[in-house]
Design a protein around this ligand. Structure first.
Ligand SMILES: NC(=O)c1ccc[n+]([C@@H]2O[C@H](COP(=O)([O-])OP(=O)(O)OC[C@H]3O[C@@H](n4cnc5c(N)ncnc54)[C@H](O)[C@@H]3O)[C@@H](O)[C@H]2O)c1
Ligand SMILES: NC(=O)c1ccc[n+]([C@@H]2O[C@H](COP(=O)([O-])OP(=O)(O)OC[C@H]3O[C@@H](n4cnc5c(N)ncnc54)[C@H](O)[C@@H]3O)[C@@H](O)[C@H]2O)c1
Lengths: 207, 207
């Protein structure tokens, strides 16, 4: 097995290779890829080695071949239907973010329990009543959901999603939700990004 | 030096230790801390070893002592004033997120160029005209900023912030902004979180 961060780095390699392929570049060394992404070339070689033997020593990587392989490994060779629960600031920002669609993540619906929001749309995606989650997830074979509700509602929302068949959750609420083992859940905590910036700032001010 | 992810993990250790300290727990082993955070105990020992020798073999870590050390290392022993540029969905979600304040990140102001938003407030934080950034950052000694504007405006906004004295930026726009070497910039890309979920989903469906 390999660390969770390896997978997130694979996405960065995928994106950088896509960029190179668009510019007609056929091969790239781990050094050149590392230079573009600010990641050590030894880290890139190590990450890729978990998944196979992609580069020839001294020759670098074949961009098109590695792109195809990473697409398969990351499960991006298919589309994913995603629902969002919570049509507030975070939910709306996610529904508006066109980069998700470009990567094959289609926002199928947003659910909310606020009468004033139900029946509206965000970027063409309908806001449906919270109570319809069960039918909608089953009828549209939804596997993935984004939780964007206040912390107090997060556990109940997670339970409802799992009961209706969702097996992967991205959780924004600042609480750890308890889930079955077979459900994958990643949390987003943007405070850690600010704390990382604070570290770099205080470090450079010569602690 | 150590990988960027070590710093983000330090935040997770800090939070878990805070939780233990609130519950009156005086010592904790790297195994117990690892079990709580779903991180290997060897990773925890390795991360901490970059910063000092905190635990006695077989005795575990002293919670209060490690908490104080991590607070200093992460630069959380002080307050940080932060401005947000862009009072849209992301900007509003960040201004509303009370966890930032609890960690010492005070949102001082939000800037926008939309006449309809200027003069309003979000969670008590004023929305000021974009052209006031320079005076505001200099008068209030702001060091940190969050960019939450559309991709097309991100580079110009980053330049304006750096010119006025900001040295740390959290960028949400899906564009790599070019900055001076002495400015720290972290980007947020939530697509990598969905891609990580897609990987786990396709991995468990027995590739
Ligand atoms: N992780 C981070 O770094 C970060 C940053 C900002 C916000 N957040 C969190 O993200 C979440 C959403 O933030 P926001 O700014 O979008 O909040 P918001 O208040 O703008 O939106 C919440 C939405 O959820 C809906 N809702 C509430 N209870 C519900 C329920 N039981 N069922 C269905 N819908 C329900 C509300 O009607 C509202 O539309 C919050 O938990 C917030 O703390 C996290
Ligand atoms: N990284 C991710 O995963 C992720 C997810 C969602 C959104 N985003 C990005 O975050 C950014 C903000 O998203 P949003 O949903 O809040 O957008 P939004 O359109 O709701 O908000 C943008 C705000 O910026 C203001 N603005 C535009 N140009 C400006 C300028 N030159 N100076 C000052 N203010 C200006 C607008 O008036 C508006 O209030 C976008 O770039 C979006 O692509 C990123």
């Amino acid at each position: 097995k390999f660390p969770k961060t390896t997978i997130e780095r694979l996405s960065y390699y995928f994106r950088a290779l896509e960029d190179l392929s668009k510019r007609g570049i056929d091969t790239v060394s781990s050094e050149a890829l590392g230079g573009k992404l600010n990641i050590k070339s030894s880290q890139i070689r190590k990450d890729l080695s978990y998944f196979g033997d992609f580069g020839k020593r001294g020759m670098g990587y074949d961009v098109k071949y590695l792109l195809k392989e990473l697409k398969y490994i990351l499960g991006l060779d298919r589309e994913w239907s995603v629902v969002i629960v919570g049509a507030g600031h975070i939910g709306a920002a996610m529904a508006n973010y066109d980069s998700f669609e470009k990567r094959g993540f289609n926002i199928a619906a947003i659910f909310d329990n606020d009468e004033k929001k139900i029946g509206k749309e965000i970027n063409g995606t309908p806001i449906l009543p919270y109570d319809n989650i069960d039918d909608f997830v089953k009828q549209n074979k939804i596997e993935m959901a984004i939780i964007a509700v206040p912390a107090a509602a997060a556990q109940a929302v997670a339970d409802k999603l799992v009961e209706s068949g969702v097996t992967a959750i991205l959780n924004f609420a600042p609480v750890a939700v308890q889930l079955d083992e077979n459900v994958r859940c990643l949390s987003v905590d943007l405070t850690t990004k600010l704390e990382a910036l604070a570290y770099y700032m205080s470090y450079s001010q010569d602690k």
